[in-house]
Design a protein around this ligand. Structure first.
Ligand code: AMP
Length: 225
């Protein structure tokens, strides 16, 4: 399967992209994660990206498009992918179309997650992440077993610099002006499926499951009817 997830920050793209990618044995490709690795490495790209990311703005299209091109060549991406946080601008969506065309591939669908401002702020301000393995927690809703320590790999959990109230608001502004136009872009292709990102993980997973069945992505199981 080749799926794109779009939605404002805090809609739950990352959480559901991880679940979907396991379900369809596809690579989970998150440009935010790829960029954070470059920042940690201290590479030249990472240094340039860090300042932009800390402010909640978007790094240049050319930078993320190049990263996606490279990532598509890795072996796990050959079986399919779930793109999380890419594309984020119409220019990126056009570049993705051109790239897929050159590879003679097509997208199966675009999942658009809506979310209310209050939920975004509650989710992101309580989010704690593991930079080593990418696991994500919430201080109230999904706490780690030991405070500040990742259950999965034992590394220290951090609060992302861009998960502070001011930067969250900036990221939401950036979403409105740069990313929201993708809803129109993908509506025109007939690929867009919109779901309610205000729902907690399990109820939304059930909604998504029904959607995959409706779209013929999964066989209908007797228990899920
Ligand atoms: P995320 O982890 O998806 O919330 O992304 C964190 C930050 O990385 C964003 O606020 C942007 O600064 C940068 N970023 C991630 N993906 C993209 C993209 N497709 N285009 C531009 N900037 C991006």
């Amino acid at each position: 399967m080749r799926i794109v997830m779009i939605g404002p920050p805090g809609a739950g793209k990352g959480t559901h992209a991880k679940i979907i990618s396991k379900q369809f044995s596809a690579a989970h490709i998150a440009t935010g994660d790829l960029l954070r690795i470059k920042v940690q490495d201290g590479s030249e790209i990472g240094k340039r990206a860090k300042a932009v990311m800390d402010k909640g703005e978007l790094v240049p299209d050319t930078m993320v498009i190049e990263m996606i091109k490279e990532r598509f060549h890795e072996s796990d991406a050959q079986k399919g992918f779930v793109l999380d946080g890419f594309p984020r601008t119409v220019e990126q969506a056009e570049a993705l179309d051109a790239l897929l065309k050159s590879l003679r591939l097509k997208l199966d669908g675009v999942i658009n997650m809506t979310v209310s401002e209050a939920v975004v702020i509650r989710r992101l301000s309580g989010r704690r992440v593991c930079l080593k393995c990418g696991a994500s927690y919430h201080i109230k809703n999904i706490p780690s077993k030991r405070e500040g320590i990742c259950d999965a790999c034992g590394s220290e959990l951090i609060q992302r610099k861009d998960d502070t109230p001011e930067t969250i608001l900036e990221r939401m502004r950036v979403y409105e002006s740069r990313t929201r136009p993708l809803i129109d872009y993908y509506t025109k292709t007939g690929l867009l499926q919109t779901v309610d990102g205000d729902l907690e993980v399990e109820p939304l997973q059930k909604v998504l499951q029904k959607l995959y069945e409706k779209l013929g992505w999964l066989k209908v199981s007797a228990s899920s009817k």
